[in-house]
Design a protein around this ligand. Structure first.
Ligand code: UTP
Length: 293
């Protein structure tokens, strides 16, 4: 049987300030990479990992995310009458049959750890996945969370996605330290949120994919505000290390930090190059665009 994660949590209640003014009205997660919003790429990744319950942690400004996954009756009816069957399929495929959405509200942006804790009433005591949609990861073979579900099925405990980061920028990430078990797996003995380069246990930064046990909720509930005054998921994972195995997994695929402008533009170009409808023409036009000629 394929390892599956039934429940996946999408903490999307942040303010998205780095993308103002675009995110003044439109949630960051609805900004499109080519023709699919970031949240759609994330949901497709969760479904590929076996999810049938998608838990969105939202706030009052993110309600359009629920609209995106809702049935658009007028649109669908019009497409049916116009016999636009391909477009109808695209509109309906945002949520595969048998997959449910649940929305919980984080009333105050108290941090990523707090946002994950808000999903507790839905997730209960199960193992679950977490995807931060603005960390966009593309792999042609196996999406990142499905890779991690496999690691989790083998090792249990928690699995966090890691990648080498520029040692100068350790203060932007959670950083893990531990023992290398193989080229892509680290048994984590230490995890620190946003350390200065001199204090970082390694250059392996945690990025936006996690597989966590239900126990993390109890640990989060007793986690005090940490770096930046926020309740940090990293601090609860640090407490988990004493109880259960925590592994850092170097996923295959490429990550684009779509929470900042450069990563977002790079992801857009990369996905346009993956699309046969745009790849050839883009290859021809990009050099002149880049040279400004
Ligand atoms: P970020 O650090 O990227 O913050 O949050 P942000 O608010 O989305 O964006 P900027 O920095 O203001 O531009 C990482 C993830 O944690 C979620 C965010 O939605 C994002 O997916 N988050 C963060 C919450 O859901 N709640 C919070 O209180 C904080």
């Amino acid at each position: 049987m394929k390892p599956a994660l039934r429940k996946v949590v999408f903490p999307v209640a942040g303010l998205g300030t780095r993308f103002l003014p675009a995110t003044k009205v439109v949630p960051k997660e609805l900004l499109p990479i080519v023709d699919r919003p970031l949240i759609q790429w994330a949901v497709d990744e969760a479904v590929a990992a076996g999810a049938d319950t998608l838990v969105f942690v939202i706030n009052r400004n993110k309600r359009a995310i629920a609209d995106h996954f809702d049935v658009a009756y007028e649109l669908e009816d019009t497409l049916v009458r116009r016999e636009k069957h391909d477009l109808l399929r695209v509109a309906r495929e945002v949520l595969p049959a048998g997959v449910e959405t649940v929305y919980v509200v984080q009333q105050q942006a108290l941090g990523l750890g707090h946002a994950v804790l808000c999903a507790r009433p839905v997730v209960g005591n199960e193992d679950f996945g977490v995807i931060l949609p603005d960390d966009f990861i593309f792999d042609r073979q196996t999406p990142a969370l499905a890779q991690m579900a496999k690691v989790h099925a083998e090792h249990g405990g928690a699995v966090v996605a890691v990648e080498p980061v520029d040692p100068e920028w350790t203060s932007r990430y959670g950083i893990v330290g531990g023992q290398n078990l193989s080229a892509d797996l680290v048994k984590v003995s230490e995890i620190v949120e946003k350390p200065a380069p001199a204090d970082a246990p390694s250059n392996l930064g945690v990025v936006g994919r996690y597989v966590l046990p239900g126990r993390i909720f109890e640990l989060l509930a007793s986690t005090q505000p940490g770096a930046g005054g926020e309740i940090q998921l990293t601090d609860a994972i640090a407490a988990l290390i004493a109880e259960q195995p925590v592994h850092g997994y170097r996923f295959s695929g490429r990550r684009f930090d779509c929470g900042n402008k450069l990563g977002f533009v790079e992801a857009t170009v990369a996905m346009a190059m993956e699309d046969p409808a745009t790849a050839q023409a883009l290859r021809a036009s990009l050099p002149a665009i880049i040279d400004g000629s």
